[in-house]
Design a binder for this molecule. Structure first.
Ligand code: HEC
Length: 316
């Protein structure tokens, strides 16, 4: 009986893993009108502790031996993550974290989503980083919740629209609320609708995030190494190399071309332009794309040089 039940379950698990390419994607992205919703540990990017008024206090747990299943000496340290939040991504236009304990929006950012790299297992070994596998932010943080006094919140659940847009439902005292958050055009803004009343909020750049370092150990800059960096940091999520349209411009044929940019004369896409586009994406904005949609990257000199060589190799 036991094995008969287990087998189809195993198969189900396996077929989902194989069929769903997102499973292996360490930097997944949704679409502007069809968001991606993830329930995972998210980081605290510097919220006032008073925002977490209704969160319980976690306590350390004793170490145990996986072999014997018994407690051993010592305690596990605590991960500095927010446990019961929902992370939503509308592509580079908007990401936000909504907390089911406080029943409110905690923070919002633009130009990327979450880096889940050590969570899915470090390449090759598959091992997780001890106590540091909570997802990290990618992009520009522009909104942080401030403390406010509320009655005890009660999360009722969330509904999904046909396109998968969540509406969070909760109760404060006797009053029920329904809250929907959507991207709007414009830098560092979003729209929040509570019980049918919409307001547009505009934040400002608070901090920049690029996820986990990959430590690729590149010895000398080459186009091949650049291809590796391109995959490792999730550039592929936004840039195609075959001319097809994505969240960002395709990089095929870019190097050496004359590039129209927003609000200025066209520029020559030489090595200096490529370098600047990677390190300060908002310095110039490629025509037809909004500013703030590309995460900032602080990469090693070897990694940047390799990326430039790789992008140049796409024009040959
Ligand atoms: C979340 C989406 C996103 C990710 C991830 C991303 N980019 Fe971009 N990138 C964009 C967008 C949007 C633009 C166009 C707007 C601009 O110029 O800032 C852009 C512009 C560029 C340009 C200039 C393109 C042109 O046609 O002029 C280069 C080069 C570039 N990115 C390289 C990279 C590299 C290398 C990485 C990874 C290390 C990367 N990008 C990651 C969204 C992204």
């Amino acid at each position: 009986m036991k094995s008969r039940l287990l087998l189809p379950l195993l198969f189900l698990g396996l077929s989902r893993v194989v069929a769903d390419p997102l499973t292996y994607d360490t930097n997944p992205l949704g679409e502007v009108d069809r968001p991606l919703i993830l329930r995972t540990y998210v980081p605290d990017p510097g919220l006032d502790p008073a925002v977490f008024a209704h969160h319980g206090k976690a306590s350390k747990s004793p170490k145990y031996s996986p072999k014997t299943g018994r407690d051993t000496k010592g305690e596990y340290g605590m991960m500095r993550v927010i446990p019961a939040a929902i992370a939503v991504n509308h592509g580079p236009a908007l990401s936000y974290v909504w907390d089911t304990t406080e029943c409110r929006l905690l923070y919002a950012w633009q130009g990327g989503f979450l880096d889940l790299y050590p969570y899915w297992g470090i390449e090759g070994s598959g091992g997780r980083r001890s106590f540091d596998y909570g997802a990290r932010l990618v992009g520009n943080l522009f909104y942080l919740a401030k403390p406010m006094k509320t009655e005890t919140p009660k999360f009722l659940g969330y509904d999904l629209s046909e396109m998968g847009v969540p509406t969070f439902r909760y109760r404060l005292g006797d009053q029920e609320y329904a809250e929907t958050i959507l991207p709007v055009d414009g830098l560092y803004s979003f729209q929040r609708t509570v019980n049918g009343k919409a307001t547009t909020l505009k934040g400002e750049l608070l901090s920049e995030h690029q996820g986990f370092e990959r430590n690729l150990k590149i010895k000398s800059a080459t186009a091949e190494a650049g291809e590796q960096v391109f995959g490792a940091y999730g550039c592929v999520a936004c840039h195609s190399i075959d001319g097809s349209q994505g969240h960002g411009p395709s990089l095929q044929g870019l190097a050496g071309s004359t590039r129209p940019v927003e609000g200025g004369d066209p520029v020559k896409a030489d090595a200096a332009y490529l370098r600047e586009s990677i390190l300060s994406p908002n310095a110039k904005t490629a025509k037809g794309f909004p500013p703030g949609y590309m995460p900032p990257y602080q990469l090693s000199a070897q990694e940047v040089d390799s990326l430039v060589l790789y992008i140049q190799s796409l024009s040959k």
